[in-house]
Design a protein around this ligand. Structure first.
Ligand code: BTN
Length: 234
């Protein structure tokens, strides 16, 4: 269960960095949320620009059962899509863990595994709630406000995430996977890796991409595929 303890900060460099630096102060399911992040981080060392009124938070999962990080991605992506649906936004998952509306990103997820004394995942999520203008990124970013015309409080969106995530803890792996696949835009698409085209035929329970090229099957790991590799996006 997450969200028994939620700490709100006015400003942090990054909720993920802060949680990792103060790990001993937090236990399984604890959350922190910052109104503003001055050094928000994305995957692959990208920056995450954090705008006031959008939602930036992290929580910790104690990885007692030694689950794959894909299990966390699957759970969190489904929970975020359910939250967005609650606000009238029909979002999909761009493998491995971007949440998109059409081809515009509405949520980014950064999952970091920390093995220090124990084994943890620090899960960081940025949901665009009220931003209307993403400057140079307008062509590839969107928000709840832009999609619906309605302004919401980021704390309500956070509460909705806590509820949706905790509800999914009751769901079977089979159902979580089915929903992840149903929402995954990459299935059936052609992607290019090292100048070769592959069709994505499946995503397995470990999060590996099943690919086919000229009748030959191959498997790729999540970190072998970058978003730039996506081809023919619609
Ligand atoms: C990505 O799309 O590359 C992932 C972006 C993750 C952003 C969130 S905002 C809250 C948490 N703190 C961070 O520094 N990053 C994550």
């Amino acid at each position: 269960m997450i969200g028994n303890k939620v700490c709100f900060f006015k400003s942090l460099d990054s909720t993920n960095s802060f949680m990792k630096e103060h790990l001993s102060n937090y236990s399984d399911g604890d959350m922190i949320c910052a109104n503003v992040q001055t050094k928000g981080r994305g995957r692959r060392n990208n920056n995450w620009i954090s705008r006031k009124g959008d939602l930036h938070f992290s929580f910790i999962i104690n990885n007692k059962e030694k689950i794959y990080s894909f299990n966390v991605i699957r759970m969190v992506s489904n929970a975020v899509c359910n939250v967005l649906l609650n606000y009238g936004v029909d979002a999909n998952i761009k493998y491995p863990n971007d949440i998109v509306v059409g081809n515009k990103k509405i949520t980014g997820i950064l999952i970091e595994r920390v093995i220090k004394d124990d084994d943890y995942f620090v899960v960081g999520i940025g949901i665009n709630v009220i931003t209307k203008d993403f400057d140079d990124l307008n062509f590839k970013a969107t928000s709840i406000l832009l999609e619906t015309g309605d302004t919401y409080d980021y704390r309500d969106v956070l509460m909705s995430f806590i509820n949706e995530y905790n509800k999914l803890l009751e769901c079977s792996d089979i159902d979580l996977h089915k929903n992840f696949l149903k929402r995954s835009v990459v299935l059936g698409k052609t992607i290019i890796i090292e100048n070769k085209e592959y069709e994505v035929t499946d995503i397995n329970y470990q999060g590996l991409l099943m690919l086919e090229r000229n009748g030959e099957k191959t498997v790729k790991q999540m970190n072998e595929v970058t978003l730039k590799d996506y081809y023919n996006e619609s």
